[in-house]
Design a protein around this ligand. Structure first.
Ligand SMILES: [Zn+2]
Length: 342
């Protein structure tokens, strides 16, 4: 089958070529991939990969949507079912799995990180990792749900849930997770303030429902947030930018507010500002992916048309390198997607 295979670390190590078709283990189903979302983690795998147990060569791609091509005997899945990939093969037996918190499973594998991913014509995963695709959206839109949208869902509603009467500050709104968070805030009727480096992205975010846009290149973010909120600060901050925005994120919070992060694009070691954290009783939550029930809840709101994933550009599998380049440049608005089969 055709696949995007990481053979050696770095840009030149990613090859589009032939790879053996997957052989499903007992309890696994095979999906014929139609599309896969590109995520920051793909760049990290390509260029660094540190801290993620895997061997090269590996097929990249954490996100995917497609049709069931092969299902284990007795499975509720049927050949031809349109499905989304839940990218984490979880154990299903540990305390975290038992309480429905699969991302904290003690023994897991992740597609495109520790086992072969979805940038290929076929992928095998445990049958419990395939959930029904909403009928009302394209394959490309569906392919963005398992990582960016599910991650956003847990950040917004899986910690201390954002309430309709609250205000959230979303840093770097152009990114896939950040723009998904904006859509979720708008969905429940909460106020969203967003930041970006360009007027274009701020205009785009306002069209999606953001109340205020702050250009962090020429405005002081925390100061501007205080003006907008009459000196109170926001209830919640979504910050996947990391080192560059962390100080502003903490300064923009009201007393008792919370910051949620799922990424650190600009670096992992900002000043912690501990005094501000205890004096103002701030909470910081780390978040990654979401659980199966959270995924079902997300699929339900998408199926009801309350959120439609936003796509910046679709690339052919042969041209996946251009998609990675665009992700690296950070000029996108919404998700970048790879179209795999037809
Ligand atoms: Zn588990």
């Amino acid at each position: 089958m055709k696949a995007a295979i990481l053979e050696t670390r770095g840009k030149d190590g990613l090859r589009i070529g032939d790879f053996d078709d997957p052989t499903p283990a007992p309890g696994e189903a095979v999906m014929k991939v139609r599309a896969g979302g590109i995520n920051r983690i793909d760049l990290y795998m390509r260029d660094v990969g540190k801290g993620i147990t895997h061997e090269l060569p590996i097929i990249l791609g954490v996100d995917g949507a497609g049709k069931i091509a092969e299902a284990p005997k007795g499975s509720p899945l049927k050949v031809g079912d349109p499905v989304l990939l839940y990218p984490m093969a979880f154990c299903g037996r540990c305390p975290a799995c038992n309480r429905g918190d699969q991302p904290n499973c003690v023994k897991f594998d992740i597609a495109g990180e520790t086992r072969h991913g979805a940038f290929a014509e076929y992928i095998a995963m445990p049958e419990k990792c395939f959930l029904p695709k909403p009928e009302n959206i394209s394959w490309e839109a569906a392919a963005t749900m398992p990582v960016a949208y599910l991650t956003a869902w847990r950040m917004m509603f899986g910690k201390v849930p954002l309430e309709p009467a609250e205000t959230v500050l979303i840093m770097g709104v152009g990114g896939g997770v950040s723009s998904a968070c904006l859509q979720m805030a708008v969905m429940i009727g909460a106020k969203a303030i967003v930041t970006s480096s360009t007027q274009d992205k701020l205009t785009w975010a306002k069209e999606m429902g953001a109340c205020h846009g702050i250009n962090y290149r020429n405005e002081k973010v925390a100061k501007r947030v205080m003006e907008i909120t009459a000196g109170q600060g926001v209830d919640m901050v979504i910050d996947n930018v990391g080192e560059a925005s962390w100080g502003d994120s903490l300064r923009a919070l009201r007393s008792g507010g919370r910051l949620v992060t799922c990424g650190a694009t600009t670096g992992s070691h900002p000043s912690a500002d501990i005094q501000r954290m205890f004096a103002r009783q701030l909470a910081v939550y780390g978040s990654t992916l979401g659980g199966i029930e959270e995924f079902r809840a997300l699929i339900d709101v998408v199926a009801r048309g309350k959120i439609i994933p936003t796509i910046d550009q679709v690339f052919a599998l042969d041209d996946i390198a251009s998609g990675f380049d665009k992700m690296e440049q950070g000029e996108h608005q919404g998700k970048l997607v790879v179209r795999v089969g037809d």
